[in-house]
Design a protein around this ligand. Structure first.
Ligand code: TPP
Ligand code: MG
Length: 316
């Protein structure tokens, strides 16, 4: 199905992006209010998450990283259960034992969230190998950042996937920042897809703030993986609009650069593409805010795990 063929499909993607934005802003506000632990938000990167995840099939798998809420929500995660996880509640996706940084959700095909930068790349090789050995089809989408691409695990993973023909969709969210260091300081060029080509992968760089473009590029990449069994590399070129984590005053960020990217906010771009009026977009933002407020209240009201749960589901 071509989900970006009609206005209705793009409209659904807009609603999902608004839900992610509302979730991230609530998470940041609750951290500032001292009611939740710190979190790494994906504000500004919603088109990358929604565009790629919308192109995946139900049986495909996802590996993600410390900036994972957008990927989870794009996959249909219940925001109340993500908040519950962040708050350490029993109703969280991992029964309150993972926090925001280690969530996995089997029912959504989200294999893991890696907080070790780059580990999602080495683990993707194993997941890709398992998929190819099972011979039932399926693609593993591995989300990672430009900082992870500067680590050795990136090159090892791509090399293995290329040689072993693993069905992995590498999604590099090049958001220009690696914690408090700008990408310019750690890489000789702008585009990470060049490195992928040198490892023998088919690769593309796409405007990561244009959800329709991301969706189409991901769809084309996934089709290539399914037809050839070989990995594909997609770089979504985007920008991290908030700090590395909350709280972060972004004092080290070039104000002009931030303003330039905020003027290309992925939600605003889609609103313009769809020709939505201010009233229509305000109503849509309001619906997302209500869903997120309800989710937060549900998570707050949820119980903490029983003491007897302490050593269950963990290595002892
Ligand atoms: C192996 C390792 N080194 C350092 C860190 C600390 N750290 C957490 S996120 C981050 C930046 C990662 O940048 P990038 O991969 O571009 O992802 P982004 O945060 O931009 O989404 C760093 C250095 C870590 N978690 N793991
Ligand atoms: Mg980055």
């Amino acid at each position: 199905m071509d989900k970006a063929n009609g206005r209705g499909d793009l409209r659904a993607m807009l609603e999902r992006m608004l839900l992610i934005r509302a979730y991230e802003e609530k998470a940041a506000a609750m951290q500032a209010a001292g009611q939740a632990a710190g979190t790494c938000t994906s504000v500004g990167q919603e088109a990358s998450a929604v565009g790629v995840v919308s192109a995946l099939g139900e049986d495909d798998l996802i590996l993600t990283n410390h900036r994972s809420a957008g990927h989870l929500l794009a996959r249909g995660a219940d925001p109340a259960r993500i908040f519950a996880e962040v708050l350490g509640k029993a109703t969280g996706y991992c029964k309150g034992k993972s926090g925001s940084l280690h969530i996995s959700a089997k029912e959504l095909g989200v294999v893991l969230t890696s907080t070790i930068v780059g580990a999602e790349l080495s683990l993707a090789s194993g997941v890709g190998l398992a998929l190819s050995m099972r011979e039932r089809g399926g693609v593993a989408a591995c989300f990672f950042g430009d900082g992870a691409a500067c680590e050795g695990a990136f090159h090892e993973s791509l090399n293995l996937a290329s040689v072993w023909k693993l069905p992995i969709l590498y999604v590099c969210e090049n958001n220009q920042w690696q914690a408090f260091v700008h990408r310019r300081e750690t890489m000789p060029m702008d585009h990470i897809s060049h490195w992928a080509v040198s490892h023998g992968l088919a690769a593309a760089t796409v405007d990561g703030n244009d959800v329709e473009a991301v969706y189409r590029a991901a769809q084309a990449g996934i089709a290539q993986i399914r037809a050839s069994g070989k990995p594909y590399f997609l770089e979504t070129y985007t920008y991290r609009q908030r700090g590395h984590y909350e709280p972060d005053d972004q004092s080290y960020v070039d104000k002009q650069e931030l303003a330039t990217w905020r003027a290309r906010d992925p939600i605003d771009l889609l609103q313009q593409k769809l020709g939505l009026s201010v009233t229509e977009i305000q109503a849509a933002r309001g619906r997302a805010a209500v869903l997120i407020e309800t989710a937060w209240s549900e998570a707050v009201a949820a119980p903490y795990p029983a003491l007897s749960e302490l050593t269950n589901d963990v290595y002892a």
